[in-house]
Design a protein around this ligand. Sequence first.
Ligand code: FES
Length: 107
Amino acid sequence: MKDTIQIHVKQDDGSTLSLDAPTDMGLSVMEILKANELDVAAICGGMAICATCHVEVLESGELPEPSDDEAYMLESLPHATPTSRLSCQLKVAEELDGLVVKLMPEA
Ligand code: FES
């Protein structure tokens, strides 16, 4: 079992930032983005009620389905895409290794 995975963040200039994320600390993707000083407000602190951690998933393996709360919040976002997620609701786990996301305007 891997104890660190990589999460990649597509930048506006087309480059990709690769972040290491430990799988054994119960962190969310939002917390990894913030810890790397990316511009994610995450005002609600991960409760799925602010959407300021919105990301578009560009590449991934199998992701857990959004909860009803997350799905409801995503539906209300003007910039949401079919692969939008709230990064605070994605727990860092081995299945997420290689995840590629882009920060969205609400973030
Ligand atoms: S941090 Fe508020 S919805 Fe994710």
